[in-house]
Design a protein around this ligand. Structure first.
Ligand code: SF4
Length: 442
């Protein structure tokens, strides 16, 4: 096995010279995100290749850059070419990871600055330049900003919170493999993410060095476990974010799992198409389509994330035959109202992603400021169901603390009985009777 292709992905030292120095913040007043149709055209290249140069017979489709991203690139990365900006490796290497980096692109509040200075040893900060461009630089209430930039409330532990509220660590028969349901497993393959979401359920492990190691031996032990448990028909590959791995490493895992006869289908859980859409290259899609049936769950949170770049990434994945579903966490101040959620769900359907789960925020340590009441989630589902396409209504779930698995929550439409009729309430609040004779004994 090649160590270069299989191994852990530790976070680099934030003092590394690889991290760029950004110019100071100076934004025009109008910082609205460009509409989905706004795209810049690349300057035309000479049609005649230089002597001896390879002639490209299958030109790589152009990577979209939205007008908003282009403005941000020119302002804060003026020395970076469009092709560097479109290179997912460049985006990963130049993630914004500390107070100094953020202060150059966002006007930070005193509370954010204090929290950024405390973050050492906690869930790290990491934001791709692409995603940083979407964060409002002057509005502390900006939903994307709340998801990415720590505040001091993150360090307050509330009752019922835990570092591992779903007890994943105690459901691992081998390290990195969570086996909670009879026929499926969660295979954690990296602790590295393109961006770190402040409400992350796996904040205990992502971006950290220490007890969580991802290496050849661990992968092999997990694959061996799956191979000797024929009831496992579904493997969800997650992390961290598996799409931050290079194609060869990911393919190594997919090919080994696909070779196990009883594994019927594979899934990848990822936020990369949202925060690093440049990663969804034609080469990656060609590789992924070799391992069908392969499905993907993408972590979307807010309609602002549905940019031209993300649209292109989702279209590429869908064109590769990968069924796409979304997983969204209900987060206070981010997406906890019907209008925002409806815009997100409609936008997802437009980019060929089926809304799958809406999660009640897990009670991880320091998440009190993110959690809404459960009732709020039910109200949102009530505000979607009937008012929009059934395909646009996700299943609202609580992942039960302690490892009980996902429990769906559905606004109850049953009002009661009227003799042999069931009384039901529709989405408008009107009641209807359905003939449903009461069963007689014998
Ligand atoms: S991308 Fe997923 S695993 Fe990574 S920090 Fe965000 S929620 Fe956690």
């Amino acid at each position: 096995m090649d160590d270069q292709l299989l191994g852990s992905d530790p976070e680099p030292d934030s003092n590394s010279p690889r991290f760029v120095s950004l110019p100071v913040l100076e934004r025009p007043a109008n910082t609205a995100v460009a509409g989905a149709g706004a795209q810049h055209r690349r300057p035309r290249r000479s049609a005649t290749p230089p002597p001896g140069a390879a002639v490209e017979t299958h030109p790589v489709p152009r990577q979209v850059i939205s007008a908003h991203s282009e403005l941000f690139r020119r302002q804060f990365f003026p020395d970076v070419t469009r092709s560097e900006w479109n290179d997912w490796r460049w985006q990963l290497r130049h993630r914004i990871r500390d107070l100094a980096g953020l202060a150059r692109v966002v006007s930070l509040t005193a509370d954010e600055e204090t929290a950024l200075l405390r973050v050492g040893g906690h869930l790290p900060v990491g934001i791709t330049p692409y995603y940083a461009a979407l964060i409002h630089p002057f509005d502390a209430a900006d939903p994307l900003r709340k998801m990415m930039i720590p505040v001091s409330a993150e360090f307050v532990q509330s009752a019922g919170e835990a570092d591992d509220p779903l007890s994943e660590d105690s459901h691992m028969p081998v390290p990195g493999l969570v086996h909670r349901y009879p026929d499926r497993v969660l295979f954690l393959v990296t602790n590295f993410c393109a961006t770190y979401c402040r409400y992350c359920t796996r904040a205990r492990m992502v971006g950290q060095t220490g007890e969580y190691h991802f290496n050849n031996d661990q992968y092999q032990r997990a694959i061996d476990y799956i191979a000797v448990n024929p009831q496992i028909r579904d493997v969800l590959i997650s992390g961290g974010d598996p799409l931050t791995m290079i194609d060869e490493r990911l393919e190594w895992l997919l090919s080994r799992l696909r070779a196990i006869p009883h594994v019927e289908f594979l899934r990848i859980g990822s936020k990369v198409p949202v925060v690093l859409p440049q990663r969804i290259t034609p080469a990656l899609c060609r590789m992924l389509r070799r391992y069908h049936p392969l499905w993907m769950s993408i972590h979307f949170m807010h309609p602002t994330e549905l940019t031209p770049e993300v649209t292109q990434a989702c279209n590429r994945l869908a064109d590769a035959g990968i069924p796409l579903g979304s997983q969204t966490v209900l987060v206070r101040g981010v997406n906890d109202d019907v209008d925002t959620m409806k815009r997100l769900m409609h936008g997802l359907l437009r980019v060929r992603v089926r809304p799958y789960y809406l999660y009640q925020c897990d009670p991880i340590s320091g998440s009190g400021h993110f959690r809404t009441s459960v009732q709020k989630g039910l109200e949102i589902i009530s505000g979607l169901r009937g008012f929009t396409s059934g395909y646009g209504v996700p299943t609202f779930v609580i992942d039960a603390p302690g490892g009980g698995g996902k429990i769906p929550l559905i606004p109850d439409p049953v009002v009661g009985r009227n003799g042999d009729f069931l009384v039901l309430r529709n989405y408008e609040g009107r009641t209807f009777q359905y003939p449903d004779p009461v069963p007689t004994n014998g």
